[in-house]
Design a protein around this ligand. Structure first.
Ligand SMILES: [Zn+2]
Length: 475
């Protein structure tokens, strides 16, 4: 029996204890060794001039490339015909090949510093917003660096701290799909009310709001699409909820309507941020509503379909060189997300880091349930199987979806069933059929959405019927 199945057999109070114990493990990992010093370091670097930022990135990049060529098997081959000693400026980066996810998926070990024992590293599985599972190795020393950046460049900008009580609205299946209230569990250590993003609807929203009050949450974090449902409910009922200092959203695409509903309902500002699951880039919103690329995390390029640098306002592929992970260097890594540079070259906040105008990658991926619930963040279900190339959930009726699976080596029928059951555990009453395909259809801009709702897109209905004739569509 796997751990989560066992967890769901325990009573509520024991589940809270388990979550708090897990919080202790994460507390040590994230906020241990050197966390406070890193916070001080990042504070001292926050208002660097552009030339200071560039010099910092240049030095880090040279070190990373040198290390990669000497000690990482993949780069030794990939850069064999490039004279890396001549790579002096950030602009020279474009002479290096782009690292595709397929390379990591094929053999993540070839990207590791061969001097390190892989067992000394933390193995993280990520599906990203494109639904392609990957294994990324993090050196343990990287966690305090990453989380101090989250503390000083995300939370501090919103006027909150990790130590303040908060409500997290997230996609972990802490509550079963068909459960009744409470739709949350409590992490005593972090004073964190962890609330299921899968159970919010007009009828459950009052329970959520009451719990946020009862537990004294001072800020809310999580998926914007889910928090906005609570904001909408507050607005509809003319409730001005004034106990929250800020709402920090991440993990999915924050639509303007989501932002408005949250800000009006919770009477506070929304701060959106993007943190790549691979730990190679943080982009966060400042008090003036601009999205700053945090320069210590990575070097961002935005490229068009032909590999040319995009102009401001032009949406292109995010290519990132991570500067924090020297155990598994990701150099010119295609994240699979899309973004555009801002037309603005300076922000009224006075910080000189680069600005992006929007990030397109995190499509509004959710299944629409008959009772009005939106079941989002299904990418976590895809993480369950490493033997799939990609997956897509196509909702053709309000009570039914197809799970399209493009299998990779080693795929077995049972792997698809694991994903299917994981998705069903979040929804409750719903039907999903698995369908093996040769390729997962892409959007017109070449992006692969994790969820496609044919129920609210007649144009896509036709497209899918033509592209996938093997599916017995029934409308
Ligand atoms: Zn700013």
């Amino acid at each position: 029996m796997d751990f989560m199945r066992m967890y769901h057999l325990f009573p509520y109070s024991l589940q809270n204890a388990i979550i708090s114990a897990y919080g202790l493990v994460l507390q040590r990992r994230y906020y241990g060794n050197g966390f406070t010093q890193w916070c001080d370091t990042y504070d001292s670097q926050e208002f660097w001039t552009q030339s200071q930022i560039q010099q910092y990135q240049r030095e880090k990049l040279q070190h990373l490339i040198e290390l990669a060529v000497r000690h990482v098997p993949y780069y030794r081959k990939a850069f064999a015909n490039i004279d890396c000693t001549k790579l002096k400026s950030l602009d020279d980066l474009k002479r290096l090949p782009i690292l595709e996810k397929a390379v990591i998926r094929q053999d993540a070990m070839q990207l590791l510093d061969e001097r390190l024992n892989p067992h000394s590293l933390y193995q993280d599985r990520t599906s990203g917003s494109t639904g392609t599972p990957l294994v990324i190795y993090w050196p343990k020393s990287m966690f305090p660096k990453w989380w101090s950046l989250a503390e000083r460049r995300v939370r501090a900008w919103a006027g909150v701290r990790q130590s303040m009580p908060r409500a997290m609205i997230g996609g972990r299946t802490i509550v079963k799909g068909d459960s009744k209230s409470p739709y949350w569990r409590y992490n005593y250590l972090w004073k964190q009310l962890y609330m299921s993003s899968y159970h919010i609807s007009d009828s459950t929203a009052p329970d959520y709001i009451n719990a946020i009050t009862r537990y004294g949450s001072q800020w809310i974090t999580g998926y914007g699409s889910a928090i906005s449902l609570l904001g909408e409910w507050l607005c509809k009922n003319s409730i001005k909820f004034q106990e929250i200092r800020a709402v920090l959203t991440s993990g999915d695409n924050l639509l303007p309507g989501h932002r408005r509903a949250i800000q009006e309902g919770f009477c506070c500002k929304v701060f959106d941020n993007y943190g790549s699951a691979e730990g190679c880039l943080f982009i966060s919103e400042c008090e003036h509503g601009r999205m700053h690329v945090q320069p210590e995390t990575g070097i961002l390029e935005i490229l068009d379909e032909n590999g040319n640098q995009c102009k401001p306002g032009e949406i292109g592929h995010m290519i990132v060189t991570g500067l924090l992970n020297d155990a598994m260097p990701l150099i010119r890594y295609r994240t699979g997300d899309l973004a555009a540079w801002s037309h603005e070259t300076a922000c009224p906040c006075g910080r000189n880091s680069l600005l992006v105008s929007h990030i397109e990658g995190r499509a509004d991926d959710y299944l629409l349930h008959e009772d009005g619930r939106r079941i989002g963040r299904l990418s976590t279900a895809i993480k369950k199987a490493l033997t799939i190339h990609s997956a897509q959930i196509v909702q053709d009726r309000l009570d039914h979806a197809w799970l399209l699976i493009h299998p990779a080596d080693g795929y077995h029928e049972s792997h698809g069933e694991i994903i299917r059951n994981d998705i069903l555990s979040r929804i409750g009453i719903f039907k999903i059929d698995v369908c093996i395909v040769n390729t997962v259809p892409k959007t017109p801009v070449g992006k692969q959405s994790l969820v496609v709702r044919l129920v609210d897109s007649p144009i896509l209905k036709d497209l899918y019927q033509t592209t996938l004739p093997e599916i017995p569509w029934k409308y």
